[in-house]
Structure formats: structure tokens, C-alpha cells
Design a protein around this ligand. Structure first.
Ligand code: PLP
Length: 483
């Protein structure tokens, strides 16, 4: 294990920059003329105080290890004691460009001296730029698409979809469910695409309000998003949830006809389930969903909050599938502004056109700071070389994991799943001991549902760091000695 005891680069960095760990020091940093507030505190004291204040002042909904992170660089994180960690969590698939990315830092620094927020009462420069980049990156990278967001309309415009900005993934899903509800009302009143409304709906706008979601899915914690997140642990303390939601077995095509009917207005699914343990949807399943939604006039919503924006090696995970598996709505968030809070709904014009002034809103969504950073992120992700790197790094990760976990496969390790840099290793029992040992050995991991560990490093991680992370994980599984 000695070879894995990572020497702290942070400690060296701090020493060479004249700041000694454990000593009382004054730090001043400057970003283009801005001087950060000085602090004078022993590093261990910083850690102790942060943990004490967390316990005292923050609502206790998370269990955290006893360390305090102070900074990050690229694929590495550093705690206040100077310990270095290779970050295979990327803030739960958020910092796609890694920590302290210079282009992100420059955009934040510059925009913060110009305009951070002005609300949606006014136009700003950056929201429409980012929306345009999202729409064109989506359509460009999948020109063969003809369904859902890719379907050409009669307007002659090459932009077949539009964007609504929110502040988080949950809020994007919440909005998408509202879009589906409004769409359902119109379809109930007017019929599907010009056909007359069916007998089952009797023209009653309130009858087409059902929503279907799937086992193992995760869509967020607000009442709407929670209602479509079929996990009793998350749902039970907060019932009753919103009415009209049905949960269907993920990847089970046979049941779809019975559950998705004319009263359904929306179906929400992750093309690759993240939190549920990295489970990709089968092609036939997504195809059946698309077909059934077309038949009954329901919207197909793909939650790509975790699997989208490059993580699968494609711009969108659904672009790994044939075009008859395309959605009407895509929700996104996590990496969109590399850690600055943002979310978005990408909806086909057919859907976007029904949302009118006043139908939906947000104070912070679409603010110029987050959107400007989003432009930086999109420019990086929508690049064939960058996406190729993700696929290659993902393949290397798979090969290395296969090597180091070979002695455990079939006993301690049940299976490995995933694609690109969205990988999961399922263990026979609770892997939290492995997460803890890995952290002690300088590797940050995050657990996922069904006894799995998620491997979601920054998208620009080096191949050398991929190999290093896999090697540490292999050693930790050995050390954990799981039965
Ligand atoms: C697939 C998916 N949807 C929705 C969410 C919720 O996003 P947020 O935490 O940004 O609200 C998450 C968060 O993990 C997610 O993975």
C-alpha cells in the first residue's frame, strides 16, 4: 500500500509559496486586481472550526468525512491539512473541466466585474449566447435526427428547439414536468397534432395529467421531482406526493402499453441512470417509449443531468442510440457551468411554443455569470477531440478496472457498467468501506444506488490519472477485504 500513499503536492505547493501548514499565516491572493480577504488561522483550526460550525449551523442532511476541502486544481482536490486527493467524483459529475480551470476562472473574474445578475426582467448578453450554443451543438452533433427535438417544423428555421434556464437539475426537471402538464391540457382539448381529442379525454384538459417514471431513476428532491424519483427512502418522509405519477420497471418494455396511455402527458427517464447505479437504458426500451409517447400524445423527457453534456463521450447520452429514440425535452445541469449553479430545459419548438409569458419563471435562472461560464464549457465540450478524449479515457478506465478488479469479479465485485466517463462498479455488499479507504489513500469516490461506486472524474482528466485512480481502487478493494 506504501506506493499508494500519495505525497502531498499541496503541502509542497504551500511551502514553496511561503505558506507553512500548521503555522499562523496571512494569505492574500489576487485575481486581476481583486485582493481576497486575509485570514489568520492555523490550518487544523480552520478544519476544526468548519466542522464544528457545520454541525452547529447547517441542517444535518448529509454525512460528511472529517476533512475540509480548501482548493482544487485540475483533477486534484486539497484539504486544509494539505492532503491531496485524485478526484473521481468531480463534485458528482459537475466539474467537467476540472477544478480552477483557467478559462472558467477568467470568465468568472471578468463577468463578476461587469454584471452578475439582472433578473429576467431584462435581456442580458450571455443567456441567448448559451442557448444558441446548446441548440446548435445538439442539432449539429446529431444531424440525422428527425424525431422530438430534432423534428423539422414548418417555420423553415434550422433551430428546432429552445431553452429555458434554471438554477439546478431539480428545477429543470420540475419545469419539464410543468411543460408536460401544460402540453397535456392542450392535447386533451384539441387532440394530438390536429386529430380530434379522444373519447377517453372528453375534451377535459384535466384528464391528461399523468406522469410516468421508472424504478432506479433519480430526478431531484422538490415535490414534483421527488414524486418521479421512485425511491422509498427519499419519498416516504414527505408523502403525500403529487398525484398522477406511476412508476414502471426500468428497461421493461412489456408493461409500457398498460401504464402509458392517453391520460399520460409526460414520461421522464434517464438514458443512463446515474444515482441508481449507472444503468444504461436498452435501445428497445427507449424506442418503445418514443413510439408509445407518439401514439398517446405524451412528451418524452430525457433527464440528462448526469449522463449528458459529454460524459458518455457524446454531447448527449441519447445520441448513442438510434434516432427513433429521441426525446421531446432534455434536462441538463451539473457540468453546464463547471460548478456555478445552472440548469436548463431544452424543448422542441412544438413544446416550447405552448409556454407563454408568465407560465413559468425564476429569479436567478439565465443570469449572465452562469451563462457566460456555460459558454466556456459548451465551447470545450462541443469539440470532437474533447469528446474523443472522454471515450478513450473511458475505455482505458474500463481496461484498467478489468485488470485490477479481475481477482474480485464474481465474488466481491458483481459487475462493472457504464460508458465514457460515467462508470459504476457494483459490489456484493455496501461499498462505503471502499469509499472510506480510497479517500484515506487519496482517491475521492462517490457511492451510488444498489451497492455501487460511481467513477465520474473530470472530463479532461489525463490518461495517467485514470490509470492511477484505477490502481488505487484495486488496492483499496484488496485492503477492504469485503466478504
Ligand atoms: C439524473 C439527475 N437528475 C436530477 C438531479 C438533481 O439535480 P440537482 O441536484 O442539480 O438539483 C440529479 C442529481 O444528482 C441527477 O443525477
Amino acid at each position: 500500500m506504501n506506493s499508494l500513499m500519495l505525497k502531498s503536492k499541496a503541502a509542497q505547493m504551500l511551502l514553496t509559496s511561503g505558506m507553512r501548514i500548521g503555522a499562523r499565516q496571512t494569505t492574500k491572493s489576487s485575481v486581476r486586481g481583486y485582493r481576497a480577504t486575509s485570514f489568520q488561522m492555523n490550518q487544523s483550526a480552520v478544519c476544526k472550526q468548519a466542522i464544528e460550525n457545520t454541525e452547529k449551523f447547517i441542517v444535518n442532511t448529509y454525512s460528511r468525512p472529517a476533512l475540509v476541502l480548501s482548493h482544487g486544481k485540475g483533477s486534484y482536490l486539497y484539504d486544509t491539512d494539505g492532503k491531496e486527493y485524485l478526484d473521481f467524483t468531480a463534485g458528482i459529475a459537475v466539474v467537467g473541466l476540472g477544478h480552477s480551470h483557467p478559462a472558467v476562472a477568467a470568465a468568472v473574474a471578468d463577468q463578476s466585474t461587469k454584471l452578475v445578475h439582472c433578473s429576467n426582467l431584462y435581456h442580458n448578453e450571455w443567456a441567448p449566447k448559451l442557448a444558441q450554443k446548446i441548440v446548435s451543438a445538439t442539432l449539429e452533433s446529431y444531424p440525422q435526427g428527425t424525431q422530438g427535438i430534432y423534428a423539422k417544423d414548418n417555420s423553415g428555421s434550422d433551430a428546432t428547439a429552445r431553452v429555458f434556464f434554471s438554477n439546478s437539475g431539480t428545477e429543470a426537471n420540475e419545469g419539464a414536468l410543468k411543460f408536460a402538464r401544460k402540453y397535456g391540457k392542450l392535447v386533451a382539448e384539441q387532440g394530438i397534432l390536429g386529430k380530434t381529442a379522444s373519447e377517453a379525454l372528453r375534451g377535459d384538459p384535466n384528464l391528461k395529467c399523468g406522469i410516468v417514471s421508472f424504478t432506479g431513476g433519480f430526478h431531484g428532491r422538490s415535490m414534483g421531482a421527488l414524486s418521479v424519483t421512485a425511491n422509498p427512502k427519499y419519498q416516504k418522509p414527505f408523502t403525500p406526493l403529487i398525484p398522477g405519477v406511476q412508476t414502471v420497471k426500468f428497461n421493461e418494455t412489456r408493461e409500457l402499453g398498460a401504464f402509458i396511455d392517453e391520460r399520460t402527458c409526460g414520461v421522464i427517464v434517464e438514458p443512463i441512470q446515474g444515482e441508481g447505479g449507472i444503468h444504461p437504458a436498452q435501445v428497445d426500451f427507449l424506442r418503445a417509449l418514443r413510439r408509445r409517447c407518439n401514439q398517446v400524445g405524451a412528451l418524452l423527457i430525457f433527464d440528462e443531468i448526469q449522463c449528458g453534456l459529454g460524459r458518455s463521450g457524446k454531447m448527449w447520452a441519447h445520441q448513442l442510440y438510434p434516432e427513433d429514440c429521441s426525446p421531446d425535452i432534455v434536462t441538463m445541469a451539473k457540468p453546464l457551468a463547471n460548478g456555478i449553479p445552472i440548469g436548463a430545459i431544452l424543448a422542441s419548438n412544438k413544446v416550447a411554443n405552448i409556454m407563454k409569458v408568465g407560465d413559468h419563471g425564476t429569479t436567478f435562472g439565465g443570469n449572465p455569470l452562469a451563462c457566460r461560464v456555460g459558454c466556456v464549457v459548451l465551447d470545450h465540450i462541443n469539440d470532437a477531440k474533447f469528446l474523443k478524449h472522454i471515450s478513450t479515457a473511458g475505455e482505458v478506465l474500463e481496461q484498467e478496472l478489468t485488470k485490477v478488479l479481475a481477482p474480485f469479479i464474481g465474488n466481491v465485485v458483481v459487475e462493472m457498467r457504464g460508458i465514457g466517463l460515467l462508470r459504476g462498479v457494483q459490489f456484493r455488499s455496501d461499498p462505503s468501506k471502499i469509499v472510506d479507504i480510497a479517500r484515506d489513500n487519496g482517491l475521492m469516490l462517490v457511492a451510488a444506488g444498489g451497492n455501487s461506486v460511481r467513477l465520474v472524474p473530470p472530463l479532461n482528466i489525463s490518461i495517467a490519472d485514470i490509470k492511477k485512480g484505477a490502481a488505487i481502487l484495486g488496492e483499496c478493494v484488496k485492503q477492504a477485504n469485503l466478504a
